[in-house]
Design a protein. Sequence first.
Length: 286
Amino acid sequence: MSGSRDKRAPVVRPVRRRRNVLMWCSLAWIVLVVVASAGAALLPLADYGAPIGFPGAGPSGALDQWLGLDNLGRSVLSRMVYGGQVSLLVGAIAGTIAAVVGTLLGLIAGCFGGPVDTVITYVTDALLAFPPLVLLMAISSILRPSFGTLLIGLTTLVIPTFVRLARANTLNWASRDFVLAARNMGWGRTRIAFREVLPNVVPSVLAYFPTVVAALIVAEGSLGFLGLGIPPPRPSWGTMIADGKDFLTTDPQMVFIPTAAIFLTIFALNQCGDYARHRFDRTMQQ
C-alpha cells in the first residue's frame, strides 16, 4: 500500500492570478463615460448651450447642477456629458481609420519589400518628422475648424504609428516556419500576407489601440484649448478648459472638472491598453 501511494503523481494546485483591481476600475470608468455620452439625449439634462441659473453657481441638488454652472450659467454636467461625445467619438473614429489604413500599409511594406517598402517607409518617416501639435495646427489653419477637419488631422497624425507597428510585426512573423512552409507550397505573397501573417499582426494592433485613442483625446483637447477644435456652441473637454481658464482664481472647478475627466479617461485607457498588450500581444508572450 505504501508503495502504491508513493507512485501517485503529486497534486499541483493551479496558481491563482491576482486580480488587477486598478484595471477593472479603469474599465468601469470607461464604460461609465461611454454609456453617459452615448445616452446623453436620454438623460434629464438641460441643453448644453442654454443658461439655467446664476453664472458661477456652485453644486446643488438638481441633476443639472451637480457640478455647478459655468461663467454663462450653463450646466457643467451637461457640457461634460456632451463634450465626452466629441472627445470619444473623434478618438474612436480617427483611431479606427488609422488602425485599418496603417495596418494594411505596414502589412504590404513588410510582406512585399523592395520599392513598395521603401516608399511607404519614407512617407511614414516624413510624417513622423513633423511635431504632432504643429502638424495638427497646420491642418486646422488650412481647413475650416469642424468635426471633419479634426478627423483628417488626427487620422493623419497616428497612421504612421500603426504603419511602423504593423510593419515590425509583419517582418517578425514573415520569417516563421509556417510562412516558409506556405511559400514552399507555392502560395503567393498576397495570400500569405492576408491568410498567414495578418491574423498574427491584428492582436498586437488591437492591444495598442486603447493607447492611441488616449493620445487622440489629448490631441483633441489641445486643439480645443487653442480654439482649433469643434466650433462653439458645441462643447468638448478642451474647449471647456479654455472657457474656464480666465476664471481659474474665482471658479477653479470650471477647469478642474474637465481636466479631471480627461486625466481619468486617459489613465483608464492606458491601463486597459497595458493589460491588453500583456494579455493578447503574442510577441510579448514568447
